[in-house]
Design a protein around this ligand. Structure first.
Ligand code: FES
Ligand SMILES: [Fe+2]
Length: 445
């Protein structure tokens, strides 16, 4: 790390990096800071593993990483889900090399065929007599696949923490849980199910740059303005030619050209633990026949009052710090898996609303392809900015990153800060307040 300035004798001085309205560039560009983030944040906080619908049948598994730790999410015969380290207790081989699959009724290691039950307990070891009169003990936890310290499922979303202590998942999500509820409540059956495959993309930038961008209401009309205006032009032409309003998918793009004032009128909310919410702006309740059919199904399932309450929730983005960006009204999320100080893997997932008509799924799928997929005109411009930020922050052209806009002006009530104006940099300040707490915490959470 950059010399004594960053060190307090214990090797880390968070005050030298984070001030209330600005942070040091080493937060993004220093390898030692990054290694500490992995230990202090990603190996302690609740991290999204996956959705239980990724593993519907016994033996179905999906692999991912929590920080640097490879893990397996697997469905047990008794329908429970287990999250286990992807490591054979014999000589350490990973038990599942694929991203997803079905392992049958057991895990069998490809190296020497040790076998494990789906809860990780050892089931069979070949040539077992060779262990007679040795110190090897089948009852020793070291003989079994290791489970993560804690695992919880909320409405199908599976999170794990490598810290044995700390708040429960629900307490940790706190008021931000409304974003997950919003996604699930929009399903007539109250549940979502994953669309089986995701886009995986490596961004050439620090993981925090991506998260900071998600609720940045200043950038859309700047970064995406030209794309938005082009879409607006096409919309006008279509309307003139056909007399009909263009499909909602055009609006996904043209909405980026919304006037600056309207972005400024949005609420941005900072919740405890770094979670943040950006209010919706796209007006996702058209009155086309597909939407009306969906509304009728919702009313049938929930009753008119509750259906209205659900459909009136107006969230664009929920950011679950440090691991998720969720767009609840469009049923998609992006999971953040940091690789190094300047490389970040994102997984871009999409969900179906159980019980909703097919066109509602297709409509959200349009957003997945047109805005969030790696090759869109929207995402490409964001990625370009992220990379340029990273390159600038790795330079010696300046030490500080500014989060001064509307600093000290946000309205705080019960630990929840609401922006005085949509342009406030409260989401960045809120995330760094959580960052500071994680980075200086002693021991387990
Ligand atoms: S390393 Fe797995 S059985 Fe030997
Ligand atoms: Fe963007």
């Amino acid at each position: 790390m950059g010399g004594d300035k960053m060190s307090d004798g214990n090797g880390f001085n968070v005050d030298a990096l984070v001030e209330p309205d600005r942070v040091h560039r080493n937060c993004y560009a220093d390898n030692e800071v990054f290694e500490r983030e992995i230990r202090q944040i990603f190996h302690k906080a609740w991290i999204y593993v996956g959705h239980e619908s990724q593993v519907p049948n016994t033996g179905d598994y999906a692999t991912t990483v929590i920080g640097r730790q490879p893990v397996i999410m697997v469905r047990h015969q008794n329908r429970s889900i287990h999250v286990l380290y992807n490591r054979c207790p014999h000589r350490g081989a990973k038990l599942c090399a694929n991203r997803a699959g079905n392992t049958g009724g057991n895990f069998t290691c490809s190296y020497h065929a040790w076998q494990f039950k789906l809860d990780g307990k050892v089931r069979h070891i070949p040539i077992q007599s060779g262990y007679d009169n040795t110190r090897f003990n089948l009852n020793d936890p070291n003989s079994h696949m290791k489970p993560v310290a804690r695992m919880e499922v909320y409405r199908g979303f599976v999170f794990a923490s490598l810290s044995p202590t700390g708040p429960s998942l629900v307490d940790w999500l706190g008021t931000a849980i409304a974003g997950i509820d919003d996604m699930c409540d929009r399903a007539p059956e109250g549940e979502v199910e994953v669309v089986p495959t995701c886009f995986r993309m490596i961004q050439k930038s620090n993981w925090k740059i991506f998260l900071e961008n998600q609720l940045d209401a200043v950038h859309p009309s700047v970064t995406h303005g030209s794309t938005g205006l082009a879409a607006q032009k096409v919309e006008k032409e279509m309307l003139a030619e056909t007399g009909n309003p263009p499909p909602l998918s055009y609006h996904y793009i043209s909405a980026f050209a919304m006037e600056m004032d309207k972005w400024g009128a949005l609420d941005v909310v900072g919740h405890p633990n770094g979670h943040c919410v950006l209010q919706g702006y796209m007006g996702l309740r058209p009155t086309d026949p597909d939407t009306l059919e969906y509304d009728a199904i919702m009313e049938k399932h929930y009753g008119p009052d509750r259906a209205k309450e659900i459909l009136d929730v107006n969230i664009h983005h929920l950011l679950v710090y440090p691991c998720l960006s969720i767009q609840s009204p469009l049923q998609q999320l992006r999971a953040v898996r940091p690789i190094s100080a300047n490389e970040t893997l994102t997984e871009i997932w999409h969900f179906r609303l159980k019980g909703a008509p097919e066109p509602i799924y297709r409509r959200a799928l349009d957003y997945f392809y047109l805005v969030n997929s790696p090759s869109t005109m929207i995402n490409a411009d964001d990625l370009y900015n992220f990379r340029k930020c990273q390159e600038g922050l790795e330079s010696e052209g300046g030490d500080w990153v500014s989060f001064h806009r509307n600093a000290g002006q946000d309205l705080v009530e019960d630990g929840v800060a609401t922006s005085v104006i949509g342009f406030s940099e409260i989401p960045m300040r809120n995330q760094f307040e959580a960052w500071r707490n994680y980075m200086q915490a002693e021991g387990a959470l």
